[in-house]
Design a protein around this ligand. Structure first.
Ligand code: RUQ
Ligand code: CUA
Length: 679
């Protein structure tokens, strides 16, 4: 790369300074001579350059680039300080990424089969998840994951569980962070879509699942002509039991809402704990139909100046639901809209210009809403909301829901730029908002109790860092908890255009890492991470030392779905095959580098129940197990017990083998399944 002479000399100057500062301590005398030689030889290619200065010059790196590299480069063996859980969009998975290295560590299969993890390829625990996640009686093998939520204790991430929604099918899933595996998929019985999920209350008592596109509750047919009467929105509160690690559907309930399109929700915290806030759009109740001369949704749903922030008294809603003031739809209790109004569970506040995002400040005092079509974020005061409710300072909407006076609940509007979407927080009294149209992340100062944390004027835009391009969500380190860390922020960009080598018309997504550790107008971009799987929407970033996953399963014969030793666990020496009529049951062990038994002889038409226990205790000693044609592929981690079943419909000779490279004799880790023809 050629630089003008002036910049080149300036560049050399900065590089020299930074080089001296960063590497003085590391450069030993014996290297010095080598360095001098290398510097004098400026004809070297990048690959052969041996000094920071020579490499930087050859690659055209600026001093800022070098500084960014030093902040993110993670040499072999060094571990990341933070772990980010990013939704995988329509890949139906969750991605686990280390920060600041931005290395992809794992994808966790959730709504989509994933062969490496043996997820959805025979293992009964995973097949059961697809069964329990059925939609209208159909097994659905993908999901549109949007919002991961880490479990919290007193409003802080506790590293125990992760929840994720499937917007397409209104499902939520529970991932246990002891083994980073999906344990439960719950289908919402009354809704088709969700978007405002998942969010948790500060002690993870409730998992919030808001709706999106209104539909008759329970999805009964009704013409769009009856939209205002028959279509409804909803927000569901799923009871979570930390002990069993399961959502308890029979202790959960929903609120019926008007057929506005509820968007995101967030739980109140600290001073606002016990309340839940959801924004909405399409209070116009547009029903589309551009082909019939109606305005298309995009304009039909954007006509009004104001939509409604939904303000829900969850503590009181729980009491009302538990007292039985509910109706039943598909066996699920719903608090009817008129009950919510009568009991004071639901209030609205106007929110400007097609709102998006709702984010509660760390102390719970403020609710920040972005207006997609408005250059401001609007900050509501929880205290003022409570006062307006007490003062009955409201007028009813078309459904009788009290709409609080806008000016009475408004704390501030802060002008940031075009297309604000989502907000996160740090430990320095700043908020960060993604600007979709500006392709930037804005840092702005909070007022009130946050004023003392920064030296800037309150409620003011401090800086905008350009990103590439069109950012949706942002995630700051622990940035939606009661005690955000600051340090890092990831911008989840929607476009990547010119950032990476061309890989065809479907481009990777782009995560960009920003350094937010310094105060003031100082928020540099550090790193780009392409993500070529699905479309991540939102992410949460947890301090890595809060996670304590198992290295191997606690005991031999562990069933990850019950988190206990399985009744069919197999110990070494207990391997066997038993036949009972046409039922054949196999108890097998796997250990480097053999399966026992190595021959399984059955008859065509048999029903086969096959248990395998990986009896290894060694870290990383995972074995795979596959049977071709029968679509069986398992991942059996150390200590794990797996069961799968199939009908031996086809006769022939099948080799089963270990699919995970486990030792020098991994190729020998095999066996024969002989299926004798029925006749
Ligand atoms: S919403 S890009 Cu699906 Cu989280 Cu705003
Ligand atoms: Cu076990 Cu390869």
């Amino acid at each position: 790369m050629q630089l003008p002479d002036q910049s080149r000399s300036k560049l050399s100057y900065y590089i020299t300074i930074i080089f001296a500062l960063l590497l003085t301590a590391l450069v030993v005398a014996s290297c010095q001579k080598q360095n001098e030689e290398a510097v004098t030889d400026n004809t070297e290619t990048t690959g052969a350059s041996t000094t920071v200065q020579a490499v930087a010059e050859a690659r055209g790196l600026t001093p800022d680039d070098i500084l960014a590299a030093v902040k993110t480069y993670t040499p072999t063996g060094m571990k990341d300080e933070y772990i980010m859980f990013a939704s995988g969009g329509h890949a139906g998975q969750v991605f686990v990424i280390g920060l600041p290295s931005m290395r992809l560590l794992k994808s966790i299969a959730v709504f989509t089969p994933e062969p490496w993890q043996g997820y959805g390829y025979g293992a009964s625990g995973t097949m059961n998840l697809f069964e329990e996640g059925k939609v209208g009686g159909h097994i659905v093998t993908w999901g549109d994951t949007h919002h991961p939520a880490l479990s919290e204790t007193a409003g802080d991430y506790d590293g125990q569980y992760l929840f994720i929604n499937d917007k397409a099918n209104a499902r939520i899933a529970v991932i246990d962070l002891r083994d980073f595996e999906t344990k439960q998929i719950v289908k919402n019985p009354i809704a088709l879509n969700d978007h405002g999920g998942t969010m948790v209350t500060p002690n993870t008592d409730w998992i919030i699942e808001g709706g999106q596109y209104a539909a008759p509750l329970g999805a009964e047919y009704s013409s769009l002509a009856n939209y205002a009467d028959d279509y409804r929105g909803m927000v569901t509160f799923w009871k979570f039991d930390r002990e069993t690690g399961r959502v308890l559907p029979d202790q959960s309930f929903a609120l019926e809402l008007p057929p506005y399109w509820q968007d995101l929700c967030d739980a109140g915290k600290k001073v606002s704990e016990g309340w839940v806030f959801c924004n909405s759009f399409n209070t116009e109740m547009a029903t589309g139909g551009v082909e019939d001369g109606n305005p298309p949704f995009e304009s039909g749903a954007s006509q009004r100046d104001m939509d409604y922030l939904h303000i829900i008294n969850l503590d009181k809603a729980v009491e009302v639901a538990q007292s039985g003031k509910t109706i039943d739809v598909n066996g699920f209790p719903i608090v009817p809209l008129e009950t919510s109004i009568a009991e004071g569970l639901l209030y609205f506040a106007p929110e400007p210009k097609s709102p998006h995002g709702i984010d509660v400040a760390p102390g719970g005092e403020y609710m920040v809403i972005s207006g997609k079509l408005d250059p401001h974020v609007t900050v509501y005061s929880f205290e003022k909301i409570q006062q307006a409710i007490a003062d009955k300072n409201y007028t009813p909407d078309a459904y009788g829901v009290p709409v609080l006076d806008f000016d009475a609940v408004l704390e501030q509007q802060v002008e940031l730029g075009l297309g604000p979407l989502h907000t996160q927080f740090d430990n320095k009294g700043y908020a960060y908002t993604s600007l979709f149209l500006d392709s930037a992340v804005a840092r702005w100062s909070l007022g009130g109790p946050y004023s003392d944390l920064h030296d800037d004027p309150d409620w003011t835009l401090i800086q905008k860092t350009p990103v590439h391009y069109n950012v949706g969500h942002i995630a700051a380190a622990e940035g939606d908890t009661v005690s955000p860390d600051g340090n890092y922020l990831v911008s989840l960009n929607k476009w990547a255009v010119d950032r990476f080598q061309n890989v065809g018309p479907l481009l990777p997504q782009n995560f960009q890492l920003l350094d937010i550790s310094a105060p003031g107008a100082n928020m540099p971009l550090l790193y780009d991470m392409p993500m070529g799987i699905g479309e991540p929407h939102y992410a949460q970033i947890i301090k890595a030392d809060k996670l304590a996953p198992w290295e191997v399963y606690p005991e031999i014969g562990w069933n990850p779905h019950t988190q206990s030793v399985d009744a069919n666990a197999v110990q070494l020496g207990e391997e066997r095959i038993e036949r009972n009529g046409t039922n054949v049951e196999i108890w097998m062990t796997a250990v480097r580098s053999h399966f026992t038994p190595e021959h399984v002889e059955i008859k065509q038409g048999d029903h086969v129940i096959w248990h395998i226990t990986n009896v290894e205790r060694a870290y990383d000693a995972t074995h795979g197990f596959s049977i071709p044609m029968y679509n069986i592929n398992l991942s059996i981690e150390p200590g794990e017990a797996v069961t799968f079943e199939f009908d031996a419909t086809d006769d022939g000779v099948f080799s089963y083998y270990c699919t995970e490279f486990c030792s020098a004799l991994h190729l020998e880790m095999t066996g024969y399944l002989l299926v004798e023809p029925a006749n």
